[in-house]
Design a protein around this ligand. Structure first.
Ligand SMILES: *Cc1c(COP(=O)(O)O)cnc(C)c1O
Length: 457
């Protein structure tokens, strides 16, 4: 098939969809560091985690050795409503850029939540239901995760309480209404409903909130409410496991046409979409079967990989979640209120952090205005209005394609287009009116935040 013209969209048959998720940790010689208990600083046990998290999800979180974990039939049936997602050859963008590079993107925006988050939401809701729970709590930044979880919970008949970062709650009223359409309750965070919310409001009056704060509130409510557990939309290894469906489908689609990527690019918030996209490729790299350049793209306003420290830190501002060894800006770091809400997280998934630490992947930061310029360029030729988060990957994909134009190299670039931006028109408006700022924290601000990292021996 190598010489056959590659279609604009490479679709898979239902029968070609993955039946297993791939657990990248199984192929790592040096595993990510274990989660620690926030008070004792000892490796946290399944039993301790079970106060907050669902049992089966804990098993997945702690499993470092099973490479392939079967996707239950019920979850596969749900996946079939909106998957397999297309792998698109960006012929129109290539033409516009006049680049010899071959650009592909895996589009995860073809569902109502508008992003990849539904891939893990449906799995987490399934395991919560199977455990006989009545509901779950969670946080949401930009709103995509809350929407995805609301959809998944209504499908399985579970209650869903969402703590939404205040600046997004105010900027995105329609997101809130989508969640309520699916039966979720939505509270702006920090709120006065929880002890941790009250404490954060006292310390930072007028704060626009952060994912870290919202997580603490959702955890507090889950541990105080009978029959509830807390679920998280990124960062954890279980989430990255569920997102491996993105990479597995991508690999199957590329293999159909004997395409080998040179560069794989994804935006990195908590790391789950990027981790999922690269999983089978990184696996091959770890086993010495292939080599790829892998790039994580972060906002300049929240640069965990590129300017953070690799250290144990709390996953949340309220310090109630386990400690994770990761690239972090400090759990007290509250990034500026940028328009890529899904990337405003102080830390990074522990598996990706370890891989980055081992030099197996790169990190790049981009500024908000250059991201929106790339988003607009992409929208005008590829017909998809991208999410600001996804546009971080678009920006770097375009930069790499332009380098190929200079050198004449025909590199194959694959990037993750994680979602659509219909709820981000306020941000696009700011950009069009020339009112969008660019913001990077100063070295002093980052050092100040890192000085408060917990002291773990
Ligand atoms: C949440 C979100 C991200 C960030 O994903 P992570 O897996 O946390 O890195 C990226 N793009 C979109 C559209 C999102 O909703």
């Amino acid at each position: 098939m190598a010489n056959e013209k590659i279609p604009y969209k490479i679709y898979l048959e239902e029968s070609e969809m993955p039946k297993f998720w791939y657990n990248l940790r199984a192929d790592m010689k040096q595993k990510p560091a274990p989660l620690l208990h926030p008070e004792t600083h000892k490796p946290i046990t399944a039993e301790e985690l079970s106060e907050v998290f669902c049992d089966e999800l804990i098993r997945q979180e702690l499993d470092e050795s099973t490479a392939l974990i079967e996707i239950p039939e019920e979850i596969r049936s749900f996946y079939k409503m909106y998957r397999p997602s297309p792998l698109v050859r960006a012929y129109c963008l290539e033409e516009k850029l006049q680049t010899p590079a071959k650009i592909y993107y895996k589009f995860e925006g073809n569902n109502t939540s508008g992003s990849h988050k539904l891939n893990s939401a449906i799995a987490q809701a399934y395991y919560a239901k199977k455990q006989g729970l009545s509901g779950v709590t969670t946080e949401t930044g930009a709103g995509q995760w809350g929407t995805a979880l609301s959809m998944a919970c209504s499908y399985f008949g579970l209650d869903c309480k969402v703590y939404m970062v205040k600046c997004s709650y105010e900027q995105k009223p329609f997101r809130r209404e989508v969640m309520r359409t699916y039966g979720a309750s939505v509270t702006p965070s920090p709120s006065m409903d929880t002890e941790v919310g009250k404490r954060i409001l006292a310390e930072h009056p007028g704060t626009t909130g952060s994912l870290g704060c919202a997580i603490s509130e959702a955890v507090e409510v889950a541990s105080n409410t009978e029959g509830y557990r807390y679920v998280l939309g990124s960062v954890l290894n279980q989430v990255m496991l569920h997102q491996s469906i993105i990479g597995l489908e991508t690999k199957t689609a590329l293999d159909k046409y004997n395409i080998t990527p040179d560069i794989i690019i994804g935006c990195a918030g908590g790391g789950s979409n990027l981790g999922g996209l690269i999983a089978p490729f990184m696996g091959a790299k770890l086993r010495g079967e292939a080599d790829y350049r892998i790039i994580a793209v972060e906002p300049a306003s929240c640069p965990s990989f590129t300017r953070g420290a690799y250290a144990y830190d709390y996953c949340d501002t309220g310090k109630v979640c386990p400690l994770s060894k990761m690239y972090t800006l400090g759990s007290g770091f509250i990034p500026s209120a940028t328009h890529a809400g899904g990337l405003r997280y102080h830390g990074m998934n522990s598996t990706l952090s370890e891989l980055y630490h081992q030099g197996l992947m790169e990190g790049l930061t981009v500024s908000q205005t250059e991201v929106f310029a790339a988003a607009e360029q992409f929208a005008r030729v590829e017909g998809i209005l991208p999410a600001p988060e996804s546009s971080h990957a678009i920006k770097v994909a375009i930069d790499e394609a332009m380098k190929c134009k200079e050198t004449g190299e025909e590199k194959t670039i694959v990037f993750g287009l994680t979602g659509t931006g219909y709820f981000d028109m306020y941000a696009y408006e700011k950009f069009h009116n020339g009112e969008m700022g660019t913001y990077s924290p100063t070295d002093e601000e980052i050092a100040e935040s890192l000085s408060k990292l917990p002291d773990i021996k």
